[in-house]
Design a protein around this ligand. Sequence first.
Ligand SMILES: CC(C)(COP(=O)(O)OP(=O)(O)OC[C@H]1O[C@@H](n2cnc3c(N)ncnc32)[C@H](O)[C@@H]1OP(=O)(O)O)[C@@H](O)C(=O)NCCC(=O)NCCS
Length: 152
Amino acid sequence: MAQPVSTFQVHTLTEAFAKAHAATLLGFSDDLAWDDWTTDNLLYPLPEKWRHSRYVAAPDGPPVAYAIISRKQDSLHLHHIVVKPDYRSGGAPSLGRLLVDDLVASARAAGCARVTLKVMAENPRAASFYLRYGFQEKPSGAAGVRAFEFSL
Ligand SMILES: CC(C)(COP(=O)(O)OP(=O)(O)OC[C@H]1O[C@@H](n2cnc3c(N)ncnc32)[C@H](O)[C@@H]1OP(=O)(O)O)[C@@H](O)C(=O)NCCC(=O)NCCS
């Protein structure tokens, strides 16, 4: 890792920033066979998406992680979170944890009751990251998909 995690900051991901940096952000998941996100997915309109989505960067540095988030009734829903490969499993606090801490704080500030997300069954490493964080697994109602929830 080029920089200590403590120098990284969480920023609001605006639509303009996502458009300008789409290739960089989508490139973070080039190594993930299950990830088929395109620019259309990245820019797809969702409730309160550009209020709650975030990216991480060092001061004056390029983005190294991002999270796509929207509002669903009394929840904030995490649609996608990707840390640039070199920065994954980066120690404490990790970039993934920085983003999820920010998400939980946003959900509290927005008066939400919970944070929700889904993980594909073929991605057990992400599931362990959320369980370690304190999410609880819930019935997903769909084959091949696991649902997780963090109550506030
Ligand atoms: C999941 C993710 C956001 C966590 O962020 P992070 O900064 O790496 O988080 P931490 O350092 O706290 O935890 C690392 C853990 O993330 C999980 N993880 C999931 N996919 C991983 C990957 N491809 N590479 C490394 N760690 C991964 C593992 O549980 C890992 O724990 P380990 O190091 O003991 O194996 C990040 O690893 C990532 O971007 N993974 C690939 C994309 C992904 O799976 N997104 C979630 C889709 S729902």
